[in-house]
Structures are given as structure tokens and as C-alpha cells.
Design a protein around this ligand. Structure first.
Ligand code: IPE
Ligand code: IPE
Ligand code: MG
Length: 250
């Protein structure tokens, strides 16, 4: 039985989020420069998008560039941005053909005009698609997102449009960049690092975490299937007891 056959399609997570890590190490292990690893990382991105959509996953969020990544050497940041522009330009038609709608979360104002132009084009082209939603976290960090939400809510309070007494999870979520997107049931991080690196801190409150030593350029469809099989073995209790979870109707 193949790994893919072991996946229960009826119990697929509707949202999978991935911290794609390890491109630099993958390249350095091969005596190449880090940017070569980023290029190879794009091939893994393409495969995972295609296979996720094929399985029927509704939302796939990929952490592509964090606000902290702006602190990398300028040549690496430039190479990553160039790669982003080329990938968007080359893949837009395929995204549309696969009925995938693109969304971007992050501090977009920090991106260059070139990146924003390519993004706008792909966002527009895919806007009528209604298959899988591909969320790219670009110039994103969770603390940036939450601070922005707090500021935006504060302005509304000042204008008298929100009563602080009414603020609850739902209202707060409406001010996050992920508004309207369900929380990920599964968060994957590659490359053996056991940390979250400022990613979706609010949204992963109850996500199942899956860590693998595999470096991102080596993360292919079999690795994705393995993570999904592992996810389906977990018991999600949400604070209840195991007995409660197994009671009828739960
Ligand atoms: C992930 O790979 C890609 C980005 C963060 C943009 P890294 O570039 O972090 O690779 P390592 O962690 O240095 O190996
Ligand atoms: C996290 O990877 C960000 C992305 C995958 C885009 P990093 O490689 O930047 O994470 P840290 O800094 O090592 O935690
Ligand atoms: Mg890294």
C-alpha cells in the first residue's frame, strides 16, 4: 500500500501551513551557494502546490519570506525577490488552469514595485478561481500582523465604531490578514528546526505540529503524504478527555 493510499480523503485537513526551511543548508551541503538552494526550493513548492490541490486540500499556506528575513545579506534578499517575480510570472497560467486562487499575507508595502506588480497580476488572474486557496506569507510575521490588528481595532474604538467590551476572538480574527481563512489543522516545518519563527502564532493555537529533518528542496509529494498520514493518527482533543472525543456525536 502506497503512502498516498493510506490517506483517508474524508479526514483531510482543510488547511495545511508549511514553514519551508533548509534551502541554504541544502545548497551548502552540495558546495553551492545559498541561492541555488532557493531555486531548487521553487521546484518543491510547485510539486507541493500541485499535489495538495490534487488531494483536495482547500487552503495551503506557505511561509516564503519573513519580516526577519529582510535582515539577510542584501544579495540574498534580492535573489529571493527575483525568484518570486519569475515564479509568479511563470506559474500564473498553471495556477489558473488548476483553478487555484492566490492570496498574499504580509507587510506588502515593504516589497519592491517589481514584486508588487507581479503579485497584482497573479492575484488578479487567479481571483475568479474557486479551487484551492494558496496563501503565500511574504514579508510576513505574526507579531507584525497582531500589532497591525491592535492598531486597526484601536482606531475603530477611537472613532466609536467598536465597543472594547465586545471584542472577542471573532472580532480580533477579522483584523488579521488571514480573515476568512480557517485555522490550519496541520503545521509542517522542514529542516529539523524546532521553532515557529513568528509564523501564524494566533492561528496555530490548536494546530497539529509536524517536524521533519528533510530540507525543503527534498520535500516532495511522498513527504507530504507522510505528514498527512501522521496527522491522521493524532487525536485532536481540544481540551476534552479522550473518552469525550470518542463519545457518539463528538
Ligand atoms: C528557507 O530556507 C527559505 C527562506 C527562509 C527564505 P533558508 O534560507 O532559511 O535555509 P537554511 O535554514 O539557511 O538552511
Ligand atoms: C523561517 O525560516 C521563515 C521562512 C521559512 C520564510 P528562517 O530560516 O528564516 O527561520 P529562523 O530565522 O532560522 O528561525
Ligand atoms: Mg532557515
Amino acid at each position: 500500500m502506497s503512502l498516498k493510499d493510506k490517506i483517508d480523503i474524508k479526514k483531510l485537513p482543510s488547511h495545511v501551513a508549511i514553514i519551508m526551511d533548509g534551502n541554504g543548508r541544502w545548497a551548502v551541503h552540495r558546495g553551492k551557494d545559498r541561492n541555488y538552494g532557493h531555486q531548487k526550493g521553487v521546484d518543491a513548492v510547485k510539486e507541493i502546490i500541485e499535489k495538495s490541490a490534487e488531494l483536495g486540500i482547500k487552503y495551503l499556506t506557505l511561509y516564503a519570506f519573513s519580516t526577519e528575513n529582510w535582515n539577510r545579506p542584501w544579495e540574498e534578499v534580492e535573489a529571493l525577490m527575483e525568484l518570486m517575480i519569475n515564479s509568479l510570472n511563470n506559474e500564473t497560467t498553471k495556477l489558473v488552469n488548476n483553478n487555484i486562487v492566490l492570496k498574499v499575507i504580509g507587510d506588502i508595502d515593504r516589497l519592491s514595485v517589481g514584486v508588487r506588480k507581479s503579485l497584482d497580476y497573479t492575484l488578479k488572474q487567479t481571483s475568479k478561481c474557486d479551487g484551492m486557496t494558496l496563501v503565500v506569507a511574504l514579508s510576513y510575521s505574526s507579531r507584525w500582523e497582531m500589532m497591525k490588528a491592535v492598531r486597526d481595532i484601536s482606531y475603530k474604538i477611537k472613532e466609536g465604531r467598536i465597543d472594547p467590551a465586545n471584542i472577542d476572538d471573532k472580532i480580533f480574527e477579522n483584523y488579521l490578514t488571514t480573515k476568512g481563512i480557517p485555522d490550519p489543522e496541520l503545521l509542517i516545518r522542514t529542516s529539523g528546526e524546532l521553532r515557529i519563527s513568528n509564523f501564524l502564532l494566533w492561528q496555530i493555537a490548536y494546530s497539529e505540529l509536524y517536524f521533519t529533518e528533510t530540507l525543503w528542496p527534498d520535500f516532495g509529494k511522498e513527504e507530504l503524504y507522510k505528514a498527512l498520514v501522521e496527522y491522521q493518527k493524532r487525536e485532536r482533543r481540544f481540551g476534552k478527555t479522550s473518552e469525550q472525543v470518542h463519545e457518539k456525536g463528538n
